[in-house]
Design a binder for this molecule. Structure first.
Ligand code: ZN
Length: 230
């Protein structure tokens, strides 16, 4: 056998071994997950510096609502076509997150995960009403095992609730921020939720997100009486 054929044979065996490792071992699956995250971040690096929403220089500082809508439709059309060619796996969520609507917090960044394991409720200030409590209970009934309530640094809704002038302008939001902990207590006391927690089928956590790094930190003690949840 020539040296070249031997080398080719060794190469084929190595590729097969790497594929088997990636596909069928725990460490290989984790390596694929981390590699996928790296590639997602490579995509972020390409898109992130593109400042004007529709890529036209004259729209860098001002773009009309109609132009925003047109660009959004085009982007959706392309993204939906790609999704048609490259369908993604349907997964049953294991986690329900309550997160502020602040655009600086990206759920893929927060979780380091693009798979579909997450139900997400987003409201300004992560506020809850009875409706959101029912949404979360529905998620738990559908198999969610972890509910995470979040707050975050530099929250515009919290700032609006803290200032007398903005409280006048956004009274319902300000009241909802005031009642946030109370609503979480209310959620925990719902019979289904309490019994699932007692049975070890559900865990509820509270975290404070550092907005700039999106790192999940323990809740700020003075801002919440729910410290036991973190
Ligand atoms: Zn916020």
């Amino acid at each position: 056998m020539s040296k070249r054929r031997k080398l080719l044979g060794v190469g084929v065996v190595a590729v097969v071994l790497v594929l088997v490792w990636l596909l069928y071992t725990d460490s290989g699956r984790r390596a694929r997950f981390v590699l996928g995250g790296g590639l997602v971040n490579a995509g972020y690096m390409l898109q992130d510096p593109l400042e004007s929403y529709d890529f036209q220089e004259e729209h860098r500082h001002h773009i009309s609502p109609d132009d925003v809508w047109n660009e959004m439709q085009q982007q959706n059309s392309l993204a939906a076509a790609i999704r048609g060619w490259l369908p993604r796996t349907v997964r049953h969520p294991l986690v329900a997150l309550v997160v502020c609507m602040d655009a600086r917090i990206d759920i893929n960044d927060l979780t380091g995960d693009t798979r579909r394991y997450y139900y997400v409720i987003r409201t300004a200030g992560s506020v809850l009403s009875e409706r959101e409590e029912e949404m979360l209970e529905l998620a738990v009934d559908n198999g969610v095992e972890l509910v995470v309530f979040t707050t975050h640094s530099d929250c515009a809704a919290e700032k609006a609730a803290a200032s007398p002038e903005t409280r006048q302008r956004y009274p319902a939001l300000a009241q909802a921020v005031d009642e946030r902990d109370e609503r979480i207590h209310e959620f925990l006391a719902r019979p289904t939720i309490a019994s699932n927690i007692a049975a070890g089928k559900l865990t509820v956590k509270l975290v404070n997100i550092d907005t700039m790094t999106e790192r999940m930190l323990p809740p700020i003690p003075e801002a919440s009486d729910l410290g036991a949840l973190h």
